[in-house]
Design a protein around this ligand. Structure first.
Ligand SMILES: CSC[C@H]1O[C@H](OP(=O)(O)O)[C@H](O)[C@@H]1O
Length: 365
């Protein structure tokens, strides 16, 4: 997508340096656009852990390059496996991270050590290129849903969507997942409006999704997380569309904390609740998401402090709870499949169930 008229991916290899990658420091958005150069596995791991780079598909793609950087220092089997374990451990919930690393290991373990770096870069490049194509397909399949709503409304007014957190192009290599259909609908001339959940505590909605949509000219309104149910009750939400960090074999959905509450409100108000995901987000090895998906616990300081601009336009960090008050900070929750209207994947839409997923992905073991 574009920033100030210039097309970018969220991760890229500079043409003049074949031993590094570039990413945006997403902790600086929307106040500044800062590009980071990464050229070793440790720096990649730190960028993922600190969420300078975030978004389930994107952390998988960036970690793939991190594995290659590690092989530049030690291309042995031990070096490959140690780097894989280190990178997978950076964040536990998004399965795309493990999926990407396991794909890289499977590709490289049979390659002679001296050839692993070259083969690794090729595989990481392929993961990135495929992510762009997959997300564009998700966009097309989700666009059909938005078109159906627009037609059902007699092509009158606007299509009101609600999204949570950021599942836009900066959460992937490009296009995004939940936002891809919205971009395509807007570009097609369908009048869409997006209720953007601020998404406490890190505010990926107000800081990232609002910035993305605004940069693309998509009408949107930032709302407190707790306002979503109110707008659904008022009939002002035609569809909820979110991304996900892991979908189980039976269709349970792990996503940013607060998603489950939105799904409950959506069901109570008969608002369609759709989840957009690439197949790299499906974890066929788990069924019960509530019982089996590890939920990342992040620092309580993310709840106790907020970052924004002060009156002089300078980024600042302020405490928003009494000194001494502890905070808990689960980064994700799990929405049971029964609350999900359907899944939007690169192969089409399906119900959130094993049958639905197997219909689209019959070739999965
Ligand atoms: C297409 S991004 C999917 C998912 O990843 C994000 O998590 P985080 O910002 O913590 O990396 C968020 O839950 C998105 O919905």
């Amino acid at each position: 997508m574009k920033i100030n008229g210039i097309s970018y991916r969220s991760v890229w290899r500079p043409s003049d340096d074949d031993r590094s990658i570039r990413i945006f420091d997403q902790t600086r958005f929307p106040w500044t656009v800062e590009i980071l150069e990464l050229r070793d596995a440790g720096a990649v791991a730190d960028a993922i852990t600190t969420m300078q780079v975030r978004g389930a598909p994107l952390i998988g793609a960036v970690a793939a390059y991190g594995l290659v950087f590690a092989l530049q220092d030690d291309a042995s089997d031990a070096g490959l496996n140690q780097a894989a374990d280190m990178l997978i451990a950076t964040r536990p919930t998004a399965i795309n991270l493990r999926w990407a690393i396991e794909r890289m290991v499977a590709r490289l373990e049979s390659v002679p050590a001296p050839e692993r770096v070259t083969a690794g870069y090729a595989e990481a490049d392929a993961i990135c290129d495929e992510d762009v194509q997959v997300n564009e397909a998700i966009g097309r399949h989700g666009l059909d849903l938005i078109r159906e709503i627009w037609e059902r409304k007699g092509r009158q007014g606007q299509v009101n969507l609600l999204t949570h957190c950021n599942a836009g192009w900066i959460a992937t290599v490009d296009w995004g997942t939940a936002l891809a259909p919205i971009y395509m609908a807007h570009d097609e001339g369908i009048p869409v409006h997006v209720w953007v959940d601020e998404t406490r505590p890190r505010n990926q909605g107000s800081l990232l999704t609002a910035w993305e949509l605004g940069s693309h000219g998509v009408p949107h309104t930032v709302i407190a997380d707790n306002a979503g149910g109110h707008y659904m009750q008022a009939g002002r939400v035609d569809m909820v569309i979110v991304g996900t960090d892991r979908v189980t074999a039976q269709g349970d959905v792990a996503n940013k904390i607060g998603t489950y509450l939105k799904a409950l409100a959506a069901q109570d108000n008969n608002v369609p609740f759709w989840v957009a995901l690439p197949s790299s987000t499906i974890d066929w090895r788990v069924r019960d998401g509530v019982k089996e998906i590890p939920i990342e616990e992040r620092s309580g300081d993310e709840v106790l402090f907020m970052t924004g601009l002060d009156a002089d336009g300078n980024a600042d960090r302020v405490r928003i709870a009494p000194v001494g008050s502890p905070a808990a900070n689960p980064a994700f929750d799990v929405t049971p499949a029964r609350l999900v209207s359907g899944l939007i994947t690169e192969r089409g839409r399906c119900e959130a169930s094993e049958t639905g997923l197997r219909t689209l992905f019959p070739d999965t073991p």
